[in-house]
Design a protein around this ligand. Structure first.
Ligand code: HEC
Ligand code: HEC
Ligand code: HEC
Ligand code: HEC
Length: 163
C-alpha cells in the first residue's frame, strides 16, 4: 500500500512539473528586437506590412472593435491572457500577432531558449501547420471564401533560413 501511495505521489509531482509552464502572451513588439532587419529576414517588418497586423483596424473600420464574436479571430489571445476589451495592455495584442500562430512567448523568448528549437518548443513555441490557421480561417468567419493552405502560407511567408 505504501508503495502505491509513493508511486501515486511521484506521478502527481511529475505531472505538475510538466504542466507548470504557464505560458503568457507578451505582444509582437517583444519579438521585434530579435526578429527585425535584413540579417534576420525582416520577419517583423513583413508581418507589420501584412494584413494580420491590421486585423484590428479592419474591425474598427466596421465599428465592430468591441464585438467578442469578431475579436476572437482579429486579435491575439482573446480572453486567454492576451487581448481583453478595456484592459490597459490591450493595444499590445491588437491584430493577429506572432503569438496567434507561434504560441504565447513569455518563456521561449529568452535567447538561451530561442537558440535551441527543442527547448523553445518545450517552452511553448509552436511551429504552425494548417490546423493552426484553420482556428480562424474557417466557416465561422463572416467573410470566409475558402482556405488553400499552400497558397495562403506563401502569402505570409517569412522564412529566411534554408531549412
Ligand atoms: C532575445 C532574442 C529573441 C526574442 C526576444 C525572440 N526570439 Fe525567436 N529566435 C531567436 C533566435 C536567436 C532564433 C534562432 C534562429 C536565428 O538565429 O535566427 C529564434 C528562432 C525563432 C523561431 C524559429 C524556430 C525554428 O528553428 O524554426 C521562431 C518561430 C521564433 N523565433 C519566434 C519568436 C516569437 C514569436 C517571438 C516573440 C514572442 C520571439 N521569437 C522572440 C531570438 C529571439
Ligand atoms: C487568430 C486568427 C488567425 C490565425 C491563427 C491565422 N489567421 Fe490568417 N487572417 C486572419 C484574419 C482576421 C485575417 C484578415 C485580416 C484583415 O484583413 O483585417 C487574415 C488574413 C490572412 C491572409 C490575407 C488574405 C487576403 O486575401 O488578403 C492570409 C494570406 C492569411 N491570413 C494566411 C494565414 C495562414 C497561412 C495562417 C496559418 C499559418 C493564418 N493565416 C492564421 C486570422 C488568422
Ligand atoms: C472564425 C474567425 C473569424 C471571426 C469570428 C471573424 N472573422 Fe473576420 N476574418 C477572418 C479571416 C480568416 C479573414 C480573412 C479572410 C480570408 O481571406 O479568408 C477575415 C477577414 C475579415 C474582413 C476583411 C474582408 C475582406 O475580404 O477583405 C472583415 C471586414 C472582417 N473579417 C470582419 C469581421 C467582423 C465584422 C466579424 C464579426 C461579426 C468577424 N470578421 C469575425 C476570421 C474571422
Ligand atoms: C499567421 C501565422 C503567423 C504569424 C502571425 C507569424 N508567423 Fe512566423 N511562421 C509561420 C509559419 C507558417 C512559419 C513556417 C513554419 C515552418 O517552417 O513550417 C513561420 C516561421 C517563422 C520563423 C522561422 C523562419 C525560418 O526561416 O525558418 C520565425 C523566426 C518566425 N516565424 C517568427 C515570427 C515572428 C517574430 C512573428 C511576428 C512578428 C511571426 N512569426 C508571425 C506563421 C506565422
Amino acid at each position: 500500500m505504501k508503495r502505491v501511495i509513493l508511486v501515486t505521489v511521484c506521478v502527481l509531482v511529475a505531472l505538475s512539473l510538466v504542466y507548470a509552464g504557464d505560458f503568457t502572451y507578451i505582444g509582437a513588439k517583444k519579438c521585434k528586437m530579435c526578429h527585425k532587419g535584413p540579417k534576420k529576414g525582416e520577419v517583423y517588418e513583413k508581418w507589420e506590412k501584412g494584413s494580420h497586423a491590421k486585423a484590428f483596424e479592419t474591425l474598427k473600420a466596421k465599428g465592430e472593435e468591441k464585438n467578442p464574436k469578431c475579436l476572437e479571430c482579429h486579435v491575439t489571445g482573446f480572453n486567454a491572457g492576451g487581448y481583453k476589451v478595456g484592459d490597459a495592455n490591450a493595444a499590445k495584442f491588437e491584430g493577429v500577432g506572432c503569438e496567434s500562430c507561434h504560441g504565447p512567448g513569455s518563456e521561449y523568448k529568452k535567447m538561451s531558449i530561442m537558440k535551441d528549437l527543442n527547448k523553445s518548443k518545450e517552452n511553448g513555441l509552436i511551429i504552425p501547420d494548417e490546423a493552426v490557421c484553420k482556428k480562424c480561417h474557417n466557416e465561422k468567419s463572416p467573410t470566409f471564401k475558402g482556405f488553400d493552405f499552400a497558397k495562403y502560407a506563401k502569402k505570409i511567408d517569412h522564412k529566411y533560413t534554408k531549412k
